[in-house]
Structure formats: C-alpha cells, structure tokens
Design a protein around this ligand. Structure first.
Ligand code: SAM
Ligand code: SF4
Length: 324
C-alpha cells in the first residue's frame, strides 16, 4: 500500500487493550482514565482478521501494544496466530515488562520475534513515582528472562523528562557497554495537556547527544529498516547500541510507514491526529470491507504533524489508548 505522499505502508501497530497495570505520568492522567468496556474491545478473532487483511495488503511487521498487552488474557495464543499468518509477518511486542518474566518463554515459543521494554528509570523510588505503581525489580527480572529465552536483541525504550530522569541518560547508555541491548531514547511527546509533565520538560536530541558523547566514543551505525525511525550509534567496544527517536524536534513523518489500530477497533492514520476510521462496521461485514477500511486509512494519512511547532495536542485519546 502506498499513501498519497508516496510512502509505503508496511507496519501495523495493534493495540490489544487500553488497560494497564502502571499509570505512567507522561502517558495518562491520574484520574478520569476510562477503560473501554469488554463489549467494545475487539476479540482476538477480529484482530486476527484485521492483521491478516493488512498482511495481504503488504504489511510485513506487526507490533502488539496497548495499554499493557500482557494484562490481556490469551495473549500468547494471539501472538502464535499472528506469527502463523500466511506471509509470516515479523511479530514484535511493546511492554512495560512487569509481567515479562512470567510470559517470555511462552511468547518466544509462540513465535514472537522481538520485544521492546519501556523503562524510564533504574531507581526504585523514581520508578514508583513515575509510574504511580511499584515494580522496578519485576521489570529488570523480565528483561533478564527475555534475554535468556532468546528474544534478542532486547530493546529498552527510555523517555527522558527534564528534572525527573534526565540525570539517568548516561546510566542507561552505559547498559549497552555490557549488554547486547538496544537502548533508545525517545523524546517526550506532549500529546495531551493533562499529563504529569509539561512540554518544556522534553529533552531534545541535541541534549541527549551531548550526554552520550561524554559516555564514550560514539560511532554512528548504518540504519536498517528494522530500526524504524531511530538514529543508531555504538560506543567503541560496546555489546549493544544506543538510539535516539526524535518524534518532536525532528519528526520523521516523511518516512512514516505505519498504521495504528486501537483496541476498540479504530484505525488511526496518524498517531498525532484524532482522526479515526471505524473498523467495527467493516468487521461486521466481510474481509473485503476490512481491506477497504485499511486502504482508506492509508489514503487519509496526513503528510505530518507539527507538534513541536505548536499544533494542538490530542483531545480524545491518551497514549495508552493508541499504543504509542
Ligand atoms: N504499556 C506498554 C509500554 O509501556 O511499553 C505499551 C504501550 S505504551 C503507550 C507504548 C510506548 O509509548 C511506551 O514506550 C511509552 O514509553 C510510550 N509513551 C507513552 N506516552 C508517551 C509520551 N507522552 N511521549 C513519548 N512516549 C510515550
Ligand atoms: Fe501503561 Fe505503557 Fe502507558 Fe506506562 S506507557 S501507563 S506502561 S500504557
């Protein structure tokens, strides 16, 4: 599928739930977080039909996200369904890692190709404050088990926030010296006005780079398509890589190859736009209608967002609804 700006759409982000076992301050407000009722969430069967249609139209990578995907019962079986779709798409998972130690082995056996773990601090107390819940040791145990069962290389996503965890950028980067992990620093996106942090707490690319340059001899790496929008580097002699994803200061809309599906069956042509296309009606019809909805969403993809230049943030959804 190609959109009206010539971009080839090959990547589907599929949110399987809007529920979460954390309450990260940059993702959702403390109060008034509604969850969509069970009756409005797509069944795994419906999601598999959407994924299969997307693969028929050229999608070759599916990322399962949420909310927290591992809180939805039956996820392992669903991963297996995705991995076994005709066309064998690459299947990846984005998780906060809290339940990863319990599931990593079964996920690997089900055909999961890779896992991204979102982790923003290596300090217990800060973790509790940032996520409004407890569990750093569980997340670290999850990463360890995932590595042991071969979900390699593990990607660790960190969102630096000024005055909160920006003092840990160097420590996260140093993790790559000893571990074959990809540590990616993702700019904070002020997607809504009611989040725990303000837009001026975003730590931009230049600042992240200057911290990384102090850690060691940074060598730029060639990008492969699996790297997505990250700019990647390796410290001389390091096992893993570091990357920067500049979603705001230097957005990569020109290379955007993705479509997003929310757990309640809406297709989102763009993360940063509230525009959505209803998939539920198409699912009530037939697979041709599902394919048409996917094609329509591709044709509706805007050229880009201007979040850093003062575009309005989202109104209807938080990141946990959309899946990041
Ligand atoms: N619960 C899972 C997790 O945290 O990995 C999957 C869903 S979460 C919405 C997906 C990604 O969105 C996470 O890596 C998280 O750090 C990121 N995210 C959420 N809110 C964000 C924000 N305001 N700016 C940048 N990234 C954000
Ligand atoms: Fe949950 Fe992920 Fe949002 Fe944190 S970032 S609240 S773990 S959905």
């Amino acid at each position: 599928m190609k959109d009206t700006f010539g971009r080839k759409i090959e990547y589907l982000r599929l949110s399987v739930t809007d529920r979460c076992n954390l309450r990260c301050r940059y993702c959702m407000p403390d109060e008034g977080v509604d969850s969509v009722g069970h009756d409005r969430i797509m069944s795994y069967e419906q999601m598999a039909r959407v994924a299969a249609a997307a693969v028929r139209l050229g999608v070759n990578k599916i990322r399962v996200t949420g909310g927290e995907p591992l809180v939805r019962r039956g996820l392992v079986g669903f991963i297996e369904t995705l991995a076994n779709l005709p066309g064998s798409p690459e299947v990846a998972l984005t998780t906060n890692g809290l339940l990863l130690a319990d599931y990593a082995e079964r996920l690997k056996a089900a055909g999961l190709d890779r896992v991204n773990v979102s982790l923003d601090t290596l300090q217990d107390e800060k973790f509790d404050n940032l996520t409004r819940r407890h569990g750093l040791s569980q997340v670290l145990a999850g990463i360890e088990v995932a590595e042991k069962v071969g979900l390699n290389p593990i990607k660790v996503n960190m969102v630096p926030i000024r005055g909160v965890n920006d003092d840990e950028i160097a420590n996260f980067a140093r993790l790559t010296l000893e571990h074959n992990w990809d540590v990616r620093f993702i700019e904070f996106m002020p997607v809504r006005r009611d989040l725990g942090y303000s837009p001026d707490q975003r730590v931009g690319e230049a600042e992240i780079m200057s911290v990384l340059e102090q850690v060691g001899d940074l060598q730029p790496l060639e990008k492969s398509t699996a790297d997505g929008p990250a700019r990647l580097f390796r410290f001389a002699g390091a096992q893993g890589k570091v990357g920067i994803i500049t979603a705001v200061s230097r957005h990569f809309c020109g290379e955007c190859n993705r479509l997003r599906v929310t757990a309640d069956g809406r297709l989102r042509p763009c993360l940063m736009s509230d525009q959505e296309i209803d998939l539920m009606a198409a699912l009530d019809s037939d697979d041709a209608a599902v394919e048409k909805a996917l094609r329509d969403a591709v044709m509706e993809k805007p050229e880009g967002h201007r979040l850093g230049a003062g575009d309005d943030p989202l109104r209807k959804r938080t990141m946990k609804d959309i899946g990041g």
